[in-house]
Design a protein around this ligand. Structure first.
Ligand code: ARG
Length: 447
């Protein structure tokens, strides 16, 4: 039985077309929809729309659904429509009349928005945790190889001497920037749409602030119509935030692909990271880096799907918005996978000091020679022209000294690793607190 009654007898093929994606995706959404329903039930009790006994039955049923979903045992079949319909039918089938009361004052439109926001918050906190751990590993790698020489390139041509420390710490810092974008996406998602109903509110008093608080939202999203109109917009911000992480992982993976080529051999990866070829017995392929580099392209595709889905729709709910769920979930899951895999890749990399050092050739000190002349009183341009005419006079300088003496902020001798670590630890504590607070709120609802 559909929530919209039996007056329409929907064609089975049409129904399958409309719902078959949801039957799978909504299994992942289920625990969050249960949380939303638990909060809603509590509001109904507070308003005496249901009795204490009814409330207890509803809670029992909802918790059963939660555990079924967590164990992967909640199956949605053709006819179940979506998780929202499934929850009500489950309650009605198992607990009778009370099941028919849970939907008082809500719509699937605010229900799905609420469940999605909870899922996003949950996943983004995992993303934060994993990206901070990856960033920390880049800092550790930078510390370990702080002054190991590494050629610096511009235009893919050798430029100036640099260090493995600088290379590695650049990714640590990048991830801390990405974290700010993730936090913005988190804040936007941290608003409760519950109680906005179909998009036009309800004529009964439902304590929206309380349901928001019960679910661990920072605040309510006020305007009922805007709640619906923000669907897709906020998800697009979430995905573009994920893209910033994947862009950095793309750069890391591409660097590694080049630097592990036999022609470079700047780094080697542990044997367990390689795959072979079905035809060429000698092959050693670093597929993991190739796939890490490519994921940003897929997720950007998801971004385009999600950011364009709400375009040209009339204000209010439109069924097209349903198509946002799959690319959103895929993006969140892909990014979590990628961060964990990039962490493994980094843990299995060893820089090759000999090759790295050998690759730093005398001409790379040309700019240093210019600066030395400037220190002796020449103008920069004059010194530049002088060195440029006599490039053969430029010689290798003592690398450890050059790298350590580059003391300007952000240079090889002053990477600011300690400051970076402090900033990272602060973020680790903040993320940990958000996670504990959210878990506490949710377990209160469930217990
Ligand atoms: N599966 C739907 C979605 O994701 C749930 C909301 C359906 N609302 C409706 N009025 N048909 O959008």
């Amino acid at each position: 039985m559909k929530l919209w009654g039996d007056k329409w007898n929907i064609n089975a093929e049409i129904e399958s077309f409309e719902t078959k994606d949801d039957l799978i995706i909504d299994q992942e959404l289920a625990p969050y929809d249960v949380l939303g329903s638990l909060a809603h039930a509590q509001i109904l009790l507070q308003q005496s729309i249901i009795t204490k006994i009814e409330h207890a039955k509803i809670r029992k049923g909802l918790k059963e659904i939660f555990h079924l979903a967590k164990q992967g045992k909640l199956r949605l079949n053709l006819g179940d429509e979506d998780i929202h319909t499934k929850i009500e039918s489950y309650l009605t089938e198992k607990y009778g009349e009370v099941g028919k009361k849970i939907h008082t004052g809500r719509s699937r439109n605010d229900q799905v928005l609420t469940a999605l926001r909870l899922l996003i918050k949950d996943r983004l906190l995992s993303v934060e945790k994993e990206m901070l751990s990856l960033s920390n590993n880049f800092i550790e790698f930078a510390k370990r190889y702080q002054f190991m020489p590494m050629p610096g390139y511009t235009h893919m041509q050798k430029a100036m001497p640099s260090s493995v420390g600088m290379w590695s710490a650049s990714f640590a810092e990048a991830l801390l920037d990405d974290l700010q974008v993730i936090q913005t996406a988190y804040r936007l998602s941290d608003q409760s749409p519950l109680g906005s109903a179909a998009g036009y509110g309800v004529p009964i008093a439902l304590d929206r602030k309380l349901s928001a608080k019960l679910l661990g939202f920072a605040k309510i999203q006020n305007n009922s119509l805007y709640c619906q109109n923000s669907r897709g917009k906020i998800e697009a911000v979430v995905i573009i935030a994920l893209v910033t992480i994947l862009s950095d992982i793309n750069r890391f993976a591409n660097d590694i692909l080049l630097f592990t080529m036999s022609e470079f051999s700047f780094f080697s990866a542990s044997p367990e990271l390689y795959t072979g070829s079905s035809l060429m017995p000698q092959k050693k392929n670093l597929d993991v880096a190739e796939l890490l580099a490519s994921k940003v392209k897929r997720v950007l595709g998801n971004y385009v799907t999600v950011v364009t889905t709400p375009l040209n729709l009339l204000s209010g709910y439109n069924r097209s918005l349903q198509d946002i769920k799959k690319p959103l979930l895929e993006s969140l899951n892909t990014v979590l996978d990628c961060i964990k895999t990039a962490t493994l890749l980094l843990a299995n990399l060893t820089p090759n000091e000999e090759n790295l050092t050998k690759a730093i050739t005398p001409e790379m000190f040309a700019a240093h020679s210019v600066f030395q002349q400037v220190q002796k009183g020449s103008s920069f341009r004059e010194a530049y022209q002088q060195i440029s005419k006599n490039l053969n006079t430029v010689v290798l300088q003592d690398l450890p000294i050059v790298l350590r003496n580059s003391k300007n902020e952000g240079s090889t001798g002053n990477l600011g690793l300690r400051k970076l670590s402090t900033q990272l630890q602060k973020e680790v504590r903040a993320t940990g607190k958000k996670r504990r607070d959210l878990d506490m709120q949710w377990s209160k609802l469930l217990n």
